[in-house]
Ligand binder design. Structure first.
Ligand SMILES: NC(=O)c1ccc[n+]([C@@H]2O[C@H](COP(=O)([O-])OP(=O)(O)OC[C@H]3O[C@@H](n4cnc5c(N)ncnc54)[C@H](OP(=O)(O)O)[C@@H]3O)[C@@H](O)[C@H]2O)c1
Length: 296
């Protein structure tokens, strides 16, 4: 169902909250670090929408009560961040197929008939890739994903549903990679292989891959050596690091020096937010405004 558009007259500047203002927000524990309020509030102002996006600190023990409370007071939508992405699911009426496969929800939409959960990280990751000129998901080709945490789950589901031929998942803790590959291979029917970062097969997989996506937090610390050798990167491989701090990670730097096209994580951050914005308002936000508001 298309959400009701809540537009203010274009000539009227937002002067503050009124009785008409619609409320959305984000829950987390902690939540203070979230950049979503600045990103969404800038986009609401740009679109002339009388909405406000508020961060709410919700502790795990209060989660179910908080969700019921949001429904009771007519909140339109809520983003969900750590540690609530899985725990919130029992409080929902329905969840999308992607969220079900991933096993985590990051966007709630409150409707008359109940509370719906989506995971916008998966489509956000692909939209960010595809908005970049000649970059796209290599349908029918082999891809490599580094990391096997929460973000890897979303990326693997997105790639599988987009139709890649096979996914190699390589992770520091080999058991997590093997278990994720087994679970997602079974659920999606796509061929997946889990392995450790020191597995000899990883160099073969990277050399043959059209797309390498890093989801490991190792990229956030520039002192950590690259998880894959730069020598394995072929110039026709797209290297996509979903980490957004720093904006250019050591992996992206090394890949760029090898002649690869590279992409960082800020676009995914913007697009996962833009998809939530669309679900709540029915309006396509200005992603350039969202990008600028992040000022990363
Ligand atoms: N751009 C976006 O919109 C977006 C969205 C979601 C997440 N992210 C980013 O993605 C990153 C991962 O998030 P997450 O939620 O998946 O985190 P997570 O669940 O904690 O997973 C962390 C992953 O990084 C690996 N790792 C950590 N330190 C490592 C090291 N020193 N060497 C090798 N591997 C290491 C872990 O391996 P082990 O299993 O061995 O511990 C695990 O696979 C974060 O930087 C996050 O900000 C970006």
């Amino acid at each position: 169902m298309k959400p009701e558009t809540h537009l203010i007259e274009p000539q009227r500047k937002l002067k503050g909250l009124t009785g008409h203002t619609r409320v959305v927000g984000v829950i987390g524990d902690p939540v203070e670090h979230s950049r979503s309020p600045q990103m969404h509030n800038a986009a609401f102002a740009k679109a002339g929408l009388d909405y406000v996006y508020v961060p709410f600190h919700v502790r795990p023990d209060d989660l179910a009560q908080a969700i019921a409370g949001f429904k009771a007071i007519n909140v339109v939508g809520i983003n969900v961040t750590l540690p609530h992405k899985q725990a919130v699911i029992p409080s929902l009426t329905s969840i999308s197929r992607e969220a079900e496969l991933i096993g985590a929800v990051n966007t709630l939409t409150f409707r008359d008939e109940g509370i719906h959960g989506d995971n916008t990280d998966a489509p956000g990751a692909l939209r960010a890739l595809e908005e970049n000129g000649d970059m796209s998901v290599p349908v029918g080709e082999d891809v490599v994903v580094l990391g096997a945490g929460g973000a890897a789950r979303a990326v693997v589901v997105a790639l599988a549903l987009a139709g890649v031929a096979s996914i190699t998942i390589a992770n520091r803790t080999v058991e997590r990679a093997v278990s994720l590959a087994e679970e997602m291979g079974r659920k999606t029917g796509i061929s997946m292989h889990g392995m450790g970062l020191t597995d000899a097969q990883l160099s073969v997989a990277v050399r043959q891959s059209m797309l390498l996506i890093n989801t490991s937090t190792a990229s956030m610390d520039t002192r950590i050596p690259l998880l894959v050798s730069a020598d394995w990167l072929q110039p026709n491989t797209i290297v996509y690091d979903i980490v957004y701090t720093p904006p250019v990670t050591p992996l992206m730097q090394a890949a760029s020096e090898r002649g690869c096209q590279t992409l960082g994580g800020i676009g995914m951050l913007v697009h996962q937010g833009a998809i939530a914005f669309e679900k709540w308002t029915g309006v396509t936000p200005c992603t350039e405004t969202m990008h600028q508001a992040l000022s990363i």
